[in-house]
Ligand binder design. Structure first.
Ligand code: ZN
Length: 193
């Protein structure tokens, strides 16, 4: 066995409300790092003038990126909106496109928005106790539609990789916005082929 990818059995504390405790955040994204991701650019710029809130972060354990391993950790999306569009992760395809992922909602409420290159769009609800399965080939984005922090546990094949570029250029076909106090999906006015 390759010594560089040998991992011995281990255990880690996983709080059912706050997620992975004791680990360092792998990624923290503030609003300023999400330029161009929200449909309402004016609302985005106005919000940034008031401050630069933390939108989401995730925690991962840094397991070797080989098909033999399963990467897992937690994703935390904070509550908030840009205009009427809810706080969300950038979203990504996997670099190895046909690799799946599973998410389990620990706390909070929201949506997992998914779309494949052919344009099929699905949204599944996150509530504590729900698991959402993201099949291979689907870009996925976590969206917090509630008023509390939303925490999910995730696991995927460790070498899957993250392709953010496609979404940064094109966005998702749909966006999640508040209409009359409830979340709905709307066409993304900034989506382009
Ligand atoms: Zn993923």
């Amino acid at each position: 066995m390759d010594a560089a990818t040998t991992v011995l059995p281990f255990r880690v504390d996983f709080d059912l409300k706050t997620g992975l405790s004791g680990a360092r955040p792998t990624i923290r994204r503030h609003l300023s790092q999400m330029k161009g991701m929200y449909a309402d650019q004016e609302a985005y710029e106005a919000m940034l003038r008031e401050g630069d809130p933390l939108v989401y972060e995730f925690y991962e354990l840094g397991l070797p990126e080989t098909p033999a391993h399963i990467s897992f950790g937690c994703s935390i999306v904070y509550p908030g909106k840009v205009g009427d569009e809810y706080f969300m992760t950038k979203g990504h395809f996997h670099t190895i496109l046909d690799t799946a992922e599973v998410y389990y909602c620990l706390t909070g409420q929201g949506l997992m928005l998914m779309e494949n290159p052919e344009g099929d769009v699905y949204a599944e609800e996150f509530r504590p106790g729900n698991a959402v399965y993201v099949p291979g080939r689907f870009a996925h984005r976590s969206i917090n539609t509630g008023t509390e922090t939303m925490v999910t546990f995730y696991a995927f094949r460790s070498d899957a990789g993250h392709d953010y570029g496609t979404i940064e250029q094109k966005g998702f076909r749909k966006i999640a916005v508040e209409r009359g106090g409830v979340p709905v999906l709307a066409d993304n006015p900034r989506w382009n082929e």
